[in-house]
Design a protein. Structure first.
Length: 243
């Protein structure tokens, strides 16, 4: 099926709310994900190495080597599944698979089309400067989460306060009280996660499509927020998706 140019997007982040969800599992997901964190640490180093290897080829030809592209895209795909299972969304209790390949049956999916042509020479690096406002916003958000570890003797107290605020303002609080996931919060979290992935894909030369400064803004945002795809869920719970 053909896709019109204005609807086409080379970095597609899909998510389905995978209910029913446990009221308590979110509290131990950080522990369950230790093997994934170890694997992603090694894969993250490999991601940087692969980017460094691809850069000279991109600089000369404007084309990303296919096998390196498959690896770097796979790392982002793996990370997105882990983020979705853990505190980036908490929208599924299905343990993420250990694979770089696509998992069509998993509720969090990532597809990136390999660009046919990127800017060559100095223009390749200069073009990434367009993403400076987006990168600055990502860094500021990350610093907020890490700030408590940089403040001397108050770090423990602030960490407890930050953790309490995080739980009360995240889907975990609603899950704990009602056993149901807040739909509006689901769309907001997925919108932000999608935006971060698209910014990273641009910065690391996986696409030449720069996302807007505001997550989900632009001509497609209304349709993205309102387009909910239903599928038969487990145990007859309503399913919500964000694409």
């Amino acid at each position: 099926m053909s896709t019109s140019a204005e609807e086409y997007q080379p970095v597609r982040v899909e998510a389905e709310l995978d209910e029913p969800l446990s009221r308590w599992l979110w509290a131990v997901k950080w522990l369950l994900l230790i093997p994934h964190h170890v694997a992603l640490t090694a894969l993250g180093i490999g991601f940087l190495v692969a980017t460094a290897l691809a850069l000279p080829v991109l600089f000369v030809t404007g084309r990303y080597p296919r096998w390196l592209f498959a690896f770097t895209t796979g790392v982002l795909r793996w990370a997105w599944r882990v983020v979705y299972y853990s505190y980036g969304a908490l929208a599924t209790d299905r343990y993420p698979p250990f694979t770089l390949r696509a998992a069509p049956d998993y509720p969090a999916r990532l597809f990136i089309d390999r660009p046919t042509h990127l800017p060559r020479g100095p223009g390749l690096l200069l073009s990434r400067l367009r993403a400076f406002p987006q990168l600055l916003l990502v860094v500021l958000v990350a610093l907020v989460f890490r700030l408590v570890w940089w403040i001397g003797g108050l770090s423990a107290v602030l960490a407890v306060v930050a953790l309490t605020i995080l739980i009360l303002t995240s889907p975990a609080a609603t899950l704990l009280r009602t056993g149901h996931y807040p739909r509006r919060q689901f769309r907001s979290l997925v919108a932000f996660d999608r935006w971060v992935i698209q910014v990273l894909a641009y910065l690391f030369f996986l696409t030449d499509a720069l996302p807007p400064l505001r997550p989900e803004s632009g001509r497609r945002s209304g349709r993205l927020r309102d387009r909910l795809r239903h599928r038969p869920p487990r145990r007859h719970a309503p399913a919500v998706s964000a694409r």
